[in-house]
Design a protein around this ligand. Structure first.
Ligand code: ASP
Ligand code: MG
Length: 423
């Protein structure tokens, strides 16, 4: 029996009952002969509450202090969890990210892990303890300041520790039974996926699927760590995510892995852009100088009579204001007519490595949307993904229509959502 890393999200440890339930599950793993390292998130919506609190005292809180504040959430849950385990008669010790050796760069609020030196965790395990580690945090390599990894960062902590400790698996416990063919909060007939390749999972994560973070899957792929996503409520076998299927996971690669949707983006249209070299470059240089990541881009053909064209692109809603400001400032130099901002959009994506070799997928996708009366505004594709932008109001219907059209609906049990808000 080897070493397992288990990660429990905020909804699994939302209250004292949750913490006691999770403690029992951890003790089970230990009793089965495993060495157990646990990564835990802040209880329930604690992180959101701390952010609200910070904003009440300062509209733009200083990064260093903001991180110091947010990491308190995980310190609460790690200590309580260790107490609950001890109460069951087993030895446990809790560690902050810094104590666990999670070394990051010094970018506050979205630090990247650059090294993991888990000496204290190894010692704790050798002494027979269950090691509990506060997720989502580390210490900067230069100034030794406390950092956080960005929202949802506990998953990344878990995978990074699993890699450093050469764990056999990284189990991510959440409030659904695994990765589904669509968000079970939207599609009740979504099906649980038994095994999915890291490649498809990465694409789902960057298309809005919230069950695993892109950065966490990327890390697991790089270090070849299998992830098992499962529910802390049901204990059922969940979804395995790995580079290659292992053991009894020799499932046939499905044509389509799933449908993801994203309502966190907005669309900016730059109207009346002179159709000459250098214009698109100037627009996107302006946006990138404001440190904004864009997603989809579409340029229309220019009307022959005017020689002007429109360029649309999507970006995170959270950056919308900043982008509009920067472009407005640059308008006299770039020389377009006007800007339009639209945050009532949704992106719907179909993901699956099988589409590489199946020519009909794009047509069927568009047919499903048209049969549902959904209008397509933008389109983008990769080798294993097709995405469209639609009206935000159409998103649920569009996701369901596409899910049905590709035969993904389950005919047995309906997907269960055990808790949490899915945010
Ligand atoms: N507590 C942090 C958050 O809510 C980290 C995590 O849950 O992974 O974003
Ligand atoms: Mg959380």
């Amino acid at each position: 029996m080897g070493l397992v890393v288990q990660k429990y999200g905020g909804s699994s440890v939302a209250d004292a009952e949750g913490i006691k339930r999770v403690a029992k599950r951890i003790v089970e793993a230990k009793k089965n002969g495993h060495q157990v390292v646990v990564v835990v998130s802040a209880m329930g919506d604690t992180t959101d509450e701390l952010i609200d609190l910070a904003q009440q005292v300062s509209p733009i809180p200083a990064g260093r202090e903001f991180d110091m504040l947010l990491t308190a959430g995980e310190r609460i849950s790690m200590a309580l969890l260790a107490m609950a385990i001890k109460n069951l008669g087993h030895e446990a010790q809790s560690f902050t990210g810094s104590q666990a050796g999670v070394i990051t760069d010094s970018v506050h609020n979205k630090a990247r892990i650059i090294d993991v030196t888990p000496g204290r965790i190894r010692t704790a395990l050798e002494e027979g303890n269950i090691a509990i580690v506060a997720g989502f945090q580390g210490v900067s390599h230069d100034k030794k300041d406390i950092t956080t990894l960005g929202r949802g960062g506990s998953d990344t902590t878990a995978v990074a520790l699993a890699a450093a400790l050469e764990a056999e698996v990284c189990e991510i416990y959440t409030d659904v039974d695994g990765v589904f063919t669509a968000d079970p909060r939207v599609v009740r007939k979504a099906r649980k996926i038994d095994w999915i390749s890291s490649e498809d999972m990465l694409e789902l994560a960057s298309s809005g699927s919230k069950v695993l973070l892109h950065r966490c899957v990327e890390y697991a792929r790089r270090y070849n760590i299998p992830i098992h996503v499962r529910s802390s409520f049901s204990g059922l076998r969940g979804t395995w995510v790995s580079n290659e299927p292992q053991g009894d996971q020799k499932v046939e690669q499905a044509l389509i892995s799933g449908v993801a949707h994203d309502t966190s983006e907005a669309k900016i249209t730059v109207v009346g852009v002179p159709d000459k070299p250098g214009e698109a470059a100037a627009i996107f240089r302006t946006v990138s100088d404001a440190e904004i990541n864009i997603d989809m881009v579409v340029q229309n053909v220019s009307a022959a009579s005017t020689g002007l064209t429109d360029i649309s692109f999507t970006l995170p809603k959270a950056d919308g204001h900043k982008a509009m400001e920067s472009l407005t400032k640059a308008q006299p130099v770039i020389g377009f007519d006007s800007l339009r901002y639209d945050d009532q959009i949704a992106k719907i994506s179909l993901v699956g490595a099988g589409m590489k070799t199946n020519p009909g997928v794009t047509a069927s996708f568009f047919e499903a949307l048209s049969n549902a009366g959904v209008n397509i505004e933008l389109i983008s594709t990769s080798e294993i993904r097709i995405s469209v932008v639609t009206r935000a109001d159409d998103v649920n219907e569009a996701v369901r229509a596409v899910h049905t059209a590709f035969g993904l609906d389950s005919d047995t049990d309906e997907a269960v959502v055990y808790g949490g808000t899915g945010r």
